[in-house]
Design a protein around this ligand. Sequence first.
Ligand SMILES: O=C(O)c1ccccc1NCC(=O)[C@H](O)[C@H](O)COP(=O)(O)O
Length: 198
Amino acid sequence: MYVKICGLSEPEHVATAVEAGADAIGFVMTRSPRRITPERAAELAAPVPPHVLTVGVFRGEDPQAVREAALTSGVRAVQLHGKHPHGDFTALKDLGVRLVRAVDAQADLRCGAYDEDLLIVDAPHAGSGQPWDWAAVRGRPSGQWMLAGGLAPGNVAEAVAAARPWGVDVSSGVETAPGKKDSALIRSFLKAARGLDV
Ligand SMILES: O=C(O)c1ccccc1NCC(=O)[C@H](O)[C@H](O)COP(=O)(O)O
């Protein structure tokens, strides 16, 4: 099971996620209680080993703004969240980073349909921590896709059994308040998710 821990803003939590075996970590650089600057993302990403994918998360910014933030932060992947047109992905193809498309269950759920490398299927409200009907997407997405939206250490097994994703992505479920990550919850989530290969 591929695991992404999203919305990190403190070195302690980056270190915990890496040590506990996260495959990817996310830095939110768009409007959010978890927002950090590209410069802060660069500081946080600098010590992350190459096998962990550092992901810059954006929503609604134009490709040039995304490009500048990605170059400043040095992230290895860009996640465009929500209703970005295909052209935004095409415009970023030459950036040399992996492209992640994050959408709700109403969107085209074929990974690669927008030339992306990874797909995230999320709740309608990103980063809300609200569980949704995970089973409704079972069998619909194709390719390398992560389930997100309301996941937590205590329900990730249920969510994976319902949707059977290739990976999982969490933010609120490893926090004590919006934007406040917790190392013990990060470890618990990774422990719970790791054993769930489908
Ligand atoms: O996390 C945010 O605040 C956010 C804001 C705007 C766009 C995307 C955002 N998060 C992206 C993620 O990949 C989250 O991990 C995903 O939405 C799941 O969030 P949660 O339900 O809180 O686990």
